[in-house]
Design a protein around this ligand. Structure first.
Ligand code: RP5
Length: 155
């Protein structure tokens, strides 16, 4: 099973690369694509509607501004879609967050915080961990290391 990472523009990569880093560190396979709900709608439809048959278990979708990408992906698949609102140039990402989070009932998007791509990847791995004991164990290790680092920090 692999995770899809899709973003609306190459300019989103700085905000989205944290998801790839987390997935790499957990040894999770992923495919990353730049596809836009507005600029490449037909290609986005084809990619999202075929995602399940191509072995994806979750899609992480990041976009900024009028951030309809995650919602449109969710319209074309019943795989879980995790939206990442990307910090925008004009409104600091509040526009991205609000346009992503308020989905109509029936087509859910699990939306993380602005530029929260690392959390999006962790959430995707937690979904895998429901049925995959190896991922569950890696998540336990990650949490333990994170806690140990905090507890060892002196201020
Ligand atoms: C959105 O518009 C993209 O997701 C990006 O965050 C924003 C700006 O895109 P570019 O003009 O940098 O391509 O669709």
């Amino acid at each position: 099973m692999k995770v899809g990472i899709v973003m609306g523009s190459t300019s989103d990569w700085d905000a989205m690369k944290g998801a790839a880093e987390i997935l790499d560190s957990f040894g999770v396979e992923y495919e990353k694509r730049v596809l836009s709900a507005h600029r490449t709608p037909a290609a986005l439809e084809e990619w999202a509607s075929s995602a399940r048959d191509r072995g994806f278990c979750t899609i992480i979708a990041g976009a900024g501004g009028a951030a309809h990408l995650a919602g449109v992906v969710a319209a074309f698949t019943t795989l879980p879609v995790i939206g990442v609102p990307v910090k925008s140039r004009s409104l600091e990402g509040l526009d991205s967050l609000l346009s992503m989070v308020q989905m109509p009932p029936g087509i859910p998007v699990a939306c993380v915080g602005i530029d929260g791509s690392k959390n999006a990847a962790l959430l995707a791995i937690e979904m895998m961990g429901i049925t995959n004991p190896e991922m569950k164990s890696k998540l336990d290790d990650f949490r333990a290391e994170q806690a140990a680092k905090i507890l060892a920090t002196e201020i």
